[in-house]
Design a protein around this ligand. Structure first.
Ligand code: SF4
Length: 471
């Protein structure tokens, strides 16, 4: 199935900027670059699902400008790099890739290169790109995607290089989106974060929380479903505090009421905002996937306070208990940071305890690494790397033990699975997703990709499930 452009709400201030897209397309038409001869675009995306969703909007803008997607940067006439700032390592990686594009510009001086995303909301990075990467034509921060057609038009018509820091923190309404997959879709419902966890850069690079109007979200969901979406993930840095005219529970119930055979997920949640209403909606609405990602980060109240997480071990476990009582067989996953400044052996033991008591299906664990610009980077008591690594290996073996046991409960059961694509590890198998958090591999004809099938689970391991499609 071919993807169609999805329109994402209405914003009158965006419309005049989108007229530049037509001006860019007109330049291509005048040069005879249309149809099979259309110029190519390539988008390199770093970071989280929010960035992936933003890149789908950038792809939509590229199509409006008359570009066609190509598979490799070498084939592109327009290269956009959507960067991440969550760790300094991610920024260095993006800068290194951008550095490699210099030879493409040398080989073809008409290539236009633009850099967007969280990294370029920081003045220091913008001036580095401006001064040390002369082949980069423009940057645009996370609130400035609507300027991209104007920036491309300026670059193509010999205008000056532009390095804008708008700090507009808008809702990115009114931009077209070109979903990567016709059957699995991201749907941004809010942007930014008000929580200021002491280790996190997000509130500084994505601004304060703002929710998209409920009608705009529902209309986009309707279009995604009409376009063939079967698995929709509502996205936001803290989706639990959505307030675009209703709360997250109300929003999900309204999306579930739309006609169509689809399933709904959401991420990411903050434990302090995981309401009873949301948990009850998950229990009652058949279309909501029975998986709750509830990042705990640490089990120690002392460390949680230093992280500014605004919950305790007890209040976190209260949410887990409510979830398990209300949604039978729910899969629960979490994020954990090991070696946060000041973490003692006793604090780490509390983290292992929360893992045992919450009985997670899966944990995304990270060794703490200081992020410049956050309060935690200046804290005393940075934990030596060898101590963090040793704790991490204990955490991973506990996780494997818990995951193995949790996963085995699915053995022998028949699950409703969305066939997502060919397995990366075995071209004879398909891979799919259902309520369990691990991917499900099964034998079936590739013609079922994009459809729900019933799969009987034969074998489970720590990282995946294996099964057979039932007729
Ligand atoms: S809630 Fe998440 S996005 Fe917001 S500051 Fe904390 S870790 Fe960062």
């Amino acid at each position: 199935m071919r993807n169609s452009l999805i329109s994402t709400g209405i914003d009158e201030s965006t419309a005049p900027l989108l007229e530049y897209a037509e001006s860019v397309a007109a330049l291509h038409r005048a040069a005879g670059k249309t149809g099979d001869n259309a110029p190519g675009f390539f988008i390199q995306t770093f970071g989280c699902q929010q960035n992936e969703a933003d890149s789908e909007k950038l792809a939509g803008l590229c199509v409006l400008m008359g570009y066609a997607r190509v598979a490799r940067p070498e084939e592109a006439d327009l290269i956009l790099v959507n960067t991440c700032a969550i760790r300094e390592h991610a920024e260095k990686k993006a800068l290194s890739i951008i550095g490699q594009y210099k030879h493409l510009k040398d080989a073809n001086p008409s290539v236009v290169i633009g850099v967007g995303g969280c990294m370029v909301t920081q003045e220091l990075r913008v001036s580095k790109l401006k001064n040390s990467y002369p082949y980069v034509s423009f940057t645009f921060d996370t609130g400035a995607m609507q300027y991209v057609p104007k920036l491309v038009y300026n670059a193509l018509s010999g205008g000056k290089r532009s390095f804008i820091l708008t700090e507009e923190w808008n809702l990115n309404e009114g931009l077209p989106s070109l979903p990567e997959s016709p059957h699995s879709a991201w749907l941004s419902i809010m942007y930014g974060c008000n929580n200021f966890c002491s280790y996190c850069i997000v509130p500084y690079v994505r601004g304060r929380e703002r929710s998209r109007p409920v009608q705009a979200v529902i209309e986009e969901a309707r279009q995604l479903i009409a376009n063939g979406a079967k698995d929709i993930t509502l996205l936001g840095q803290n989706v639990n505090s959505y307030d675009g005219g209703t709360d997250i529970a109300g929003l999900m119930r309204r999306i579930c009421a739309l006609e169509g055979d689809f399933r709904l997920r959401f991420m990411t949640s903050h434990p302090k905002d995981a309401s009873d209403r949301l948990i009850e909606a998950m229990a009652e609405e058949e279309k909501i996937v029975k998986h709750f990602h509830l990042p705990v980060q640490s089990g120690s109240d002392r460390i949680l306070k230093a992280m500014n997480r605004r919950y305790t071990f007890d209040s976190y476990m209260d949410r887990i208990r409510k979830l398990r009582e209300t949604v039978p067989d729910v899969s629960v996953t979490s994020d954990i940071i090991v070696g946060f400044p000041g973490e003692t052996e006793e604090d780490f033991e509390a983290t292992l305890r929360v893992m045992r008591e919450a009985d997670y299906d899966m944990v995304y664990s990270f060794i703490y690494s200081p992020r410049n610009g956050t309060p935690a980077a200046r804290m005393e008591g940075q934990v030596p790397r060898e101590v963090s690594s040793e704790r991490m290996s204990r955490l991973l073996s506990l996780e494997a033990e818990i995951s193995d046991r949790r996963n085995s409960r699915f053995e022998g059961r028949t699950l409703r699975v969305l066939a997502d694509g060919i397995s990366k590890n075995d071209p004879d198998m398909l891979t799919g997703k259902g309520d369990p958090v691990r991917p499900i591999h099964f034998k079936a004809d590739p013609s079922v990709i994009g459809r729900f099938v019933n799969v009987k689970i034969k074998k489970t391991s720590t990282f995946s499930f294996e099964g057979e499609k039932e007729e």
